[in-house]
Design a protein around this ligand. Structure first.
Ligand SMILES: Nc1ncnc2c1ncn2[C@@H]1O[C@H](COP(=O)(O)OP(=O)(O)OP(=O)(O)O)[C@@H](O)[C@H]1O
Ligand SMILES: [Mg+2]
Length: 367
């Protein structure tokens, strides 16, 4: 199959909802979704949709239902390599593949989510170094907004999915992290200058944090409605979790924050007894721990390397089943949280100055 096209079979494998094949066919007949195009695959012709059409299909037949109000999620825990950025990538792509306007805000100086979303900061095939440097200098990030050298919409870049955008990490984030300490209301800069305005435009905002408690992280915690924290099912993280949980509770109390916590077991192995025992312990004892998680998996690693969610890369794999179940559980929790909140928060459509399409068009015209 051509990499650029998704056949009906492949689309059904990605979303896997009830009676999906018939529903897609009916939607195509009624022109609610674009008609599948003919494409050449080796010696034969097949029919399929381009990746940019998937969000229209996912919106109609998918499992990641609309969230009533815009939501900002931070992904953070004080342990490295536990699938924070992987979770950010999968959550962002799956949300966008369901037609939700999604923006990822990169807050880790390692720049992993920026790389994972395919936003290359190096131009390997460009020979001229001056050209590379001038191209790099054109990439704006949060430090440009912080220093008054750019507006918010100058920082937002498109990705290969029409509903998915990114504020990329740039090297100056290191200095910005230091300078945040010197400003008035230093924990609130991100919430006030970035996340609140983004909620006027996007349905879902995802902040990918580094594993350190730094100023960028505390800004993300202040700005988020929900904190997602992977819990690696390994003995070292098991110890780390108790300390993290303690600091988190203290920080929330000191700052008067009431974001919700979702803990997600990651990197468990079904054939390792200790790993499964740790997962079971988390699920029984950690408040807010999901019943689904993300297992240790080569396909998971491959998907990230290919800049895709596991559902796009290997939709029938066991890790995709994990991620699909996890996303269903997370989106249900988000919907319940918003339902439980007071009715004082205005409905998204009422505060949004833009219509869906004109918003995306205006963003595209800025970029
Ligand atoms: N299901 C999986 N099983 C094992 N490894 C995976 C899986 N999915 C992704 N990976 C790989 O695991 C590595 C670490 O993942 P990731 O970068 O998401 O962790 P992180 O918590 O963001 O790390 P850091 O703290 O450095 O930011 C990456 O190389 C990623 O590609
Ligand atoms: Mg990371």
């Amino acid at each position: 199959m051509s990499d650029n096209y998704y056949t009906l079979k492949r689309v059904c494998e990605i979303y896997q909802t009830d009676n999906i094949k018939q529903r897609i066919t009916d939607l195509e007949t009624s022109s609610t979704i674009p008609a599948a195009e003919r494409f050449r695959s080796g010696a034969i012709f097949q029919k399929g949709w381009k990746s940019e059409d998937l969000s229209l299909i996912g919106k109609q037949v998918g499992f990641f239902n609309e969230i009533p109000r815009p939501i900002a999620m931070a992904i953070f825990t004080t342990k490295g390599g536990v699938l924070k950025s992987t979770l950010a990538l999968n959550l962002a792509r799956i949300s966008a593949l369901h037609g939700l306007k999604t923006c990822v805000v990169g807050l880790d100086i390692q720049g992993d989510i920026t790389t994972a979303l395919g936003h290359e900061t190096s131009e390997d095939d460009t020979k001229d170094m001056r050209e590379i440097i001038s191209k790099l200098n054109l990439i704006k990030g949060l430090p440009d907004l912080f220093n008054g050298q750019g507006r918010l919409h100058d920082l937002i870049v498109p990705t290969d999915l029409p509903e998915l955008f990114l504020i990329p990490e740039t090297p100056e984030l290191v200095a910005m992290n230091d300078h945040l300490s010197n400003i008035h209301r230093r924990e609130y800069w991100l919430a006030e200058k970035v996340i609140t305005p983004l909620k006027e435009i996007f349905d879902v905002i995802i902040m990918d944090c580094s594993p350190n408690w730094n100023k960028l992280t505390t800004n993300a915690l202040v700005a988020c409605d929900v904190l997602l924290s992977p819990l690696e099912c390994k003995i070292n993280n098991f110890r780390n979790f108790k300390i993290f949980d303690h600091f988190l509770k203290e920080f929330k109390q000191d700052m008067g924050l009431n974001f919700k916590n979702i803990f997600i077991p990651t990197r468990f192995c079904h054939n390792k007894k200790l790993s499964m025992e740790i997962r079971d312990w988390y699920q029984k004892n950690v408040q807010g721990c999901t019943s689904s998680g993300i297992r240790e998996s080569v396909q998971g690693e491959e998907a990230t390397a290919m800049h895709k969610s596991v559902l796009e890369h290997a939709p029938t794999s066991t890790v995709s089943e994990d991620v699909r179940n996890l996303m269903i559980e997370v989106v249900n929790r988000l919907q319940n949280m918003q339902r439980d909140e007071s009715d004082f928060v205005p409905a998204r459509r009422a505060v949004n100055k833009f219509t869906n399409r004109s918003c995306i068009n205006s963003l595209h015209s800025f970029i």
